[in-house]
Design a protein around this ligand. Sequence first.
Ligand code: GRG
Length: 302
Amino acid sequence: MSDAEFSTRLSNARQDVEACLDGLLGPEPLPGETARPDALMAAIRHGVLNGGKRFRPFLVIESTRLFDGSDKAAQRVGAALECIHCYSLIHDDLPAMDDDDLRRGRPTVHKAFDEAAAILAGDSLLTLAFDIIADDATPLDATARLTLISTLARAAGLGGMAGGQALDLAAEKTPPDEGGIVTLQAMKTGALIRFACEAGPIIAGAGNEERARLSRFGAVIGLAFQLADDLLDLRADAETMGKATGKDAGRGKGTLVSLHGEAWAERRLSDLVSEAETLLAPFAGRAETLIAAARFVASRDS
Ligand code: GRG
């Protein structure tokens, strides 16, 4: 698949998911909700509808297509996952965590609004994600919806992303060894990406073998995503990234790049892309978009 074809597919998925998110984040309360406060909705929309790549929803959509699953279900699960990703960014930017003023090229939610609004926007997005999947409007049977909810809860929670964030904060005081860095990154960054790839076979009702294979593919590209992010933190400027860069080095934070150097990281990225290709080899041409996604992750420049 050419770079241009891949960009078109990513951009189409982005548009579909943004339309879905725009509808889900409307002012009208759902049955059972009392009201959606205007100021909270403004903070939430600032933190979500703001130019993200939507790479995780794209992975949900493409891993679902690999098994001919429902596109509509994939869009809603992708939107739910993006809600959790956006919550994590909003909370990560808070002064108590990474303390950033810029995200996706715009003021962070606590800068544009205030800290309480940012905390509540994140809380609301986290719970909304599970509401979106549980809702009958997600066209899947109840067992598939429950499996998605439980798998996503474990990816996002204490043994996944939130736990990884805790390990990351602790790493500023006591630097972890290489194994510790790999574990914290697999949790903080990798868990949501792994869920995105595993969601497809769950949505499409594929078997356990396929689900395990896509989960391994997700783990591999999650590693590549973080390695590329560590390289970008060293190499790119804040304008290109839409967020502060150079923060890891500034804080003396250990990464695999600081341990082994940039040339090692480039070689490891290329090995990870080969591993991703091998994992999807049984699907032959049907997996070309996901394989292009693995290459995109390794070579991305923003
Ligand atoms: C606060 C519970 C909690 C978790 C925060 C997301 C996160 C965990 C920390 C962010 C720190 C960071 C920069 C991690 C590297 C990987 C990452 C999540 C990059 C941002 O994701 P992209 O590049 O961003 O997909 P866009 O803006 O395109 O969505």
